[in-house]
Design a protein around this ligand. Structure first.
Ligand code: ADP
Ligand code: NI
Length: 229
């Protein structure tokens, strides 16, 4: 379009940024608008590094910006969620192939969705970079900050030495009181697994350093907790 040729943002991208501000502006800062903006920048940068076609970039950018909009964790009790992104794409007359690709990404990219999926699900290069970007933002220094912010927003304990580390727990196990969700345990349960779930080469490369940073953080945390340093 003319707007793109002149280096202006497409109207639909501006509208998506506004939706992000409106919806995520009310959420705790583990999932505030800056998360969506960081994931957009990371996803576009991974997409260039992976050599994706130019026509893929609008899909990557929209999916990255909108990926958490329909997150039920932040829905008010009883509120129906799940179709804000779909309505947005319709309302802005996003071309049907692009809209379908965006929806496919945002509805299937979650950690739980992946663990619940059976067998090999074919993934597109656009899906790979958006999911990797979201996961990169969940690890490293920012990942650590986000985890404690989320835990704090739910009044969770940082750590409880009486809780044995658990690497996989379902909601119902937590509900039954098998264990308390502590933020330190979230590392074993999820954050330390993400590096091996990266889909793109570019994502794998960037995950490495962030992963190592988390390991050294956890080591230091433990030593301080035990009064050893
Ligand atoms: P996904 O959409 O991939 O399932 P989430 O939105 O559940 O990911 O989580 C994104 C980030 O929010 C996590 O990486 C973490 O920083 C924070 N978070 C989510 N659940 C928890 C938790 N139980 N404890 C601490 N942090 C959490
Ligand atoms: Ni996210």
């Amino acid at each position: 379009t003319r707007a793109e040729m002149e280096g202006e943002k497409a109207a639909v991208i501006v509208a998506a940024e506004e939706l992000v501000q409106k919806v995520m502006g009310a959420w705790d800062s583990s999932h505030d608008p800056f998360h969506a903006l960081r994931v957009r920048d990371l996803a576009l940068s991974l997409a260039s590094e992976e050599g994706l076609r130019l026509s893929s970039f609008p899909v990557v950018e929209l999916a990255a910006l909108l990926h958490d909009i329909d997150d039920h964790k932040y829905a008010a009790r009883g509120e129906k969620v799940g179709n804000v992104v779909e309505s947005f794409l319709k309302e802005h007359n996003v071309e049907s192939n692009t809209a379908e690709a965006v929806l496919k990404i945002v509805t299937t990219m979650g950690f739980k969705e992946e663990l619940g999926a059976s067998g090999n699900v074919p993934i597109s290069p656009e899906f790979a970079v958006v999911q990797d970007a979201d996961r990169l933002d969940a690890i490293g220094a920012i990942g650590i900050a986000r985890a404690f912010t989320f835990g704090g927003s739910r009044n969770r304990k940082m750590h409880d030495p009486a809780e044995a580390p658990r690497t996989s727990l379902t909601k119902s196990e937590y509900a039954k009181g098998v264990a308390q969700p502590t933020t330190i345990n979230h590392f074993a349960e999820k954050l330390l697994k993400l590096k091996d779930l990266m889909k793109s080469q570019a994502g794998k490369k960037r995950a490495q350093q962030r992963h190592e940073f988390m390991l050294s953080f956890l080591q230091q945390f433990k030593e301080e907790w035990e009064g050893k340093c």
